[in-house]
Design a binder for this molecule. Structure first.
Ligand code: PMP
Length: 428
């Protein structure tokens, strides 16, 4: 029904219509967009245009090129602001990606405000980038406690009862994913935020890496305090992402990194800082990448975030239904019939995920195998690894059909080997 999203967009992604010379000229079936998305020609042209026509440093103002580069860079900030419905452009901080955005909150906000006895509530589903920085912080503040909410095995989402029960007056920070990059579940953010507001005086950080590229996201209705996302998962370049935070909150925080651009006055005795966003953008920023991200946002909005969401919803259901019918396959996260993201992590009984992805790769099918930066989530489900197929706006039903066909033949081949005393490995 919404297939025009892919019909319209696919020709803009040249890489999707190429064959892989490295793989016997097989056509590419790219099913790894949760790791990074492909880039449409409009984004590649924006990078090219910047480097060939505008290249110069921003905010130095002294000459035409610099003014134009600054306007393009700051224009990209406006585009992010509108995309997520932020109140002010000053609330958008460009970072190198979601990882840096989360680290900024940890090192700037949390390090300055949290103390012994305080609690940080996370979930066991988090990406390592939303676990490790908090652990590093806890090492430097003795008595600071990290607590992890379990995932509900039925719904595949955060266990809301447990979430509620783990909140208390010591909870000072709550950080969780909007959409899981492994389970594919969509967490009920508004409900979770209401629980936090009712029971604790805590700041809330939302890892929106897997939601902002795929659905309309409005920071006003979500009601969180910080939101982190990466540009490269939303048709933009690598090396750029953003942190959104409430303006008064951002301006109450000490800088994350020191250097040029973020200062007001510098003397040998000390320095003062400009307000957000400049305060958090020390040094020459990723100018071309920010402009590329702006072009990516234009691209997504021209397709329509609602349309993208509706199309991916159909594709998610199609993918999961087909996967559930494949012999030996166990899908992680919500079952078919439950709304979920268009990504599917799975286990194949008797086949190691990395063998599976290597064999699929030989057929031109790109899927990911490993722990997907979510070791605790896998441990909690009783696995160490999984394979994952993830879709984006340019993937078609034919991509899914090819994948399923190759998956079935690969499983038959690999488990056939097992029958002949071959090398299938159950140990995962
Ligand atoms: N959170 C989630 C849910 C993710 O999927 C990712 C990327 N896999 C990240 C955080 C980290 O993003 P990046 O590597 O772009 O900084």
């Amino acid at each position: 029904e919404h297939a025009k999203v892919a019909e319209q967009s696919r020709p803009d992604f040249e890489i999707l219509s190429t064959t892989l010379e490295q793989v016997d000229n097989k056509p590419l079936v790219y099913l790894d967009s949760a790791a990074t998305s492909q880039k449409p020609k409009q984004v590649i042209e924006a990078l090219d245009h910047y480097y060939t026509k505008l290249n110069s440093n921003v905010h130095r103002g002294a000459h035409t090129l610099s003014r134009e580069a600054t306007a393009a860079y700051e224009g990209a900030r406006d585009k992010v602001q509108k995309l997520i419905h932020a109140n002010s452009r000053n609330e958008i901080i460009f970072t190198s990606g979601a990882t840096e955005s989360i680290n900024l909150v940890v090192y700037s906000y949390a390090r300055a405000n949290l103390k012994a006895g305080d609690e940080i509530l996370l979930t066991e589903m988090e990406h390592h980038s939303n676990i490790v920085p908090w652990q590093m912080l806890a090492e430097t503040i003795p008595g600071l406690k990290l607590k992890f909410v379990k995932m509900d095995r039925e719904t595949g989402a955060v266990d809301l009862k447990e979430f509620k029960s783990m909140l208390n007056s010591n909870t000072k920070m709550v950080a969780f994913q909007h959409v899981s990059n492994v389970a594919g579940c969509v967490n009920p953010v508004t409900e979770m935020v209401q629980m936090v507001r009712a029971q604790a005086d805590a700041k809330i950080l939302l890892d929106a890496c897997q939601s902002v590229p795929h659905m309309p996201v409005d920071v006003q209705t979500l009601g969180v305090d910080f939101l982190a996302a990466s540009g490269h998962k939303m048709c933009g370049p690598t090396g750029i992402g953003f942190l959104w935070g409430r303006e008064d909150l951002l301006n109450s925080m000490p800088p994350f990194q020191g250097g040029g651009e973020m200062i007001d006055q510098v003397t040998l005795e000390g320095s003062t800082y400009v307000p957000a966003p400049g305060r958090f953008e020390a040094g020459t920023p990723a100018i071309a990448q920010a402009i590329g991200l702006g072009a990516a946002i234009d691209y997504l909005q021209q397709l329509g975030m609602e349309e993208i969401e509706a199309y991916e919803h159909e594709m998610a259901e199609y993918l999961v239904r087909r996967m559930e019918q494949v012999d030996r396959v166990t899908v992680l996260g919500p079952k078919s019939g439950t709304p979920r993201a268009a990504l599917c992590a799975f286990i194949v009984d008797g086949v190691h995920p990395s063998d599976l992805s290597s064999f699929l790769d030989m057929e031109g099918v790109a899927v990911r195998a490993g722990h997907h930066c979510c070791q605790p989530l896998h441990q909690s489900l009783g696995y160490s690894h999984s394979a994952r197929a993830s879709l984006y706006l340019y993937n078609t039903k034919e991509d899914v059909d090819t994948f399923i066909e190759k998956l079935e033949s690969t499983i038959a081949f690999l488990t056939g080997l097992e029958g002949e005393g071959g090398q299938a490995d159950d140990d995962f």
